[in-house]
Design a protein around this ligand. Structure first.
Ligand code: UD1
Length: 361
């Protein structure tokens, strides 16, 4: 194909991190690419700061979709993205992860017969109550090139009937970014800003609808965090979804807990790398902590990233407070999981992806 054109789509916080290595490699290979930002995340500290720290180019299109129901977000993004595709006539659209922006743009492209490349294909929690699981299954089923981060993903896709020739096990672009930025992040010593010392604090994040959208669950998590703050210092950057729900909740965080607004990429990475352990319900943090060999306690019943359990430092704790505290007590008494770094998490996933895309085009 002569002078092929690509659109790369980002929308929410984890997309920025996953897409950066691909954008770098596309640039190195001098392929025409435009960056589309749906604006699903739009705050200074959920979006802008990531563009700045990752030195992402200014988006060629910014839709400014903002918050709303899943239907609103998906539908509005689809309408906007169709116009962009009509204006630019791309030969390929790249989407990443499992957020509503991913699904919406993949769907528009597939309907317009524009091939879709999906970064982070094949991950499955097998829990269809999670909005992300629906986004993953549908996006994978309509993608032409499926880039997988861990081998479980290959098996999942084959079981779903995806042609083997479309599936590429390439590694993890979120880990590419981590490798590129970790030295810079550690140099900042972000723990000093909060009076913390390395390996003497726990970093908490919480934003899954299943944990924070239900008041009873939210209360039990707040109590868990408060109990934990008697054992170890806690820093808790609070996601806007969680902050909103916490305001309406009858239980408050203890004064011992250091709560902040969402942190920048470098501050967060720096804090994670020097934490004693992380307590989270995020997907990406399970992977990042595995690479950093930091213990991760995952407050969920399932994970779509099983390699972080089988090879990494992740403990799938469920949401029962007693069980979670038992796992944490083990960690605090030195019974840590010794992990290893998963195959192909080597900082070269972005280059592998762009090589395969170039051949496809
Ligand atoms: C989304 C993704 C989730 C991902 C997470 C990372 C979906 C279905 N979910 O969840 O997979 O792990 O991003 O953060 O796409 N808000 C702000 N400012 C912002 C963005 C959001 O205040 O810049 C608030 C809004 O009140 C909004 C709420 O956060 O209602 C939730 O945002 P939303 O885009 O619906 O999804 P997330 O919960 O962030």
């Amino acid at each position: 194909m002569n002078n092929p054109k690509i659109i790369s789509v980002v929308g929410a916080r984890p997309n920025f991190i996953k897409m950066k290595p691909i954008i770098n490699s596309i640039k190195k290979n001098k392929i025409n690419n435009i960056l589309v930002h749906t604006g699903q995340h739009y705050d200074q500290n959920m979006s802008e700061i990531f563009f700045k720290e990752l030195m992402l180019p200014k988006p060629d299109y910014f839709m400014g979709i903002g918050s709303g129901t899943h239907t609103y977000q998906t539908a509005e993004i689809m309408i906007n993205f169709e116009n962009i595709c009509d204006n630019y006539s791309p030969d390929l659209v790249i989407v990443a992860g499992d957020v509503n922006s991913t699904l919406a743009c993949a769907l528009v492209s597939a309907k317009k017969n524009i091939p879709v490349a999906h970064i982070e294909s094949g991950l499955r929690s097998f829990d269809r109550t999670m909005p992300e699981e629906i986004n993953r299954i549908i996006t994978d089923s309509i993608s032409e090139i499926l880039f997988v981060t861990e081998k479980s993903g290959v098996q999942n896709l084959i079981k779903e009937g995806i042609d083997r020739s479309k599936i590429h096990f390439v590694g993890n672009t979120m880990i590419d970014s981590l490798i590129n930025y970790i030295d810079q992040a550690k140099k900042r010593k972000p723990w000093l800003n909060y009076g913390l010392t390395p390996k003497n604090y726990c970093l908490v994040t919480m934003h899954r609808p299943s944990n924070v959208d239900d008041e009873i669950k939210m209360i039990s998590i707040i109590r868990l965090i408060n109990q934990l703050s008697d054992k170890i210092k806690i820093i808790f950057p609070i996601h806007p979804r969680t902050a909103k729900l916490m305001k309406q909740c009858s239980e408050c965080l203890s004064e011992n807990v250091i709560s902040t607004s969402p942190l920048s990429y470098l501050d967060f990475l720096g804090l994670m790398s020097s934490s004693r352990f992380v307590l989270t319900d995020s997907g990406g943090i399970q992977e990042e902590s595995t690479y950093l060999e930091v213990q991760c306690v995952t407050l969920r019943e399932n994970t779509e990233r099983p390699i972080t359990i089988t090879e990494g430092t992740n403990h799938l704790a469920g949401t029962n407070t007693k069980n979670v505290l038992k796992i944490i007590d083990n960690i605090l008494t030195g019974k840590n999981k010794k992990g290893s770094i998963p195959e192909k998490w080597d900082g070269k996933a972005g280059d592998r992806i762009v090589k395969i895309i170039s051949e496809f085009l």
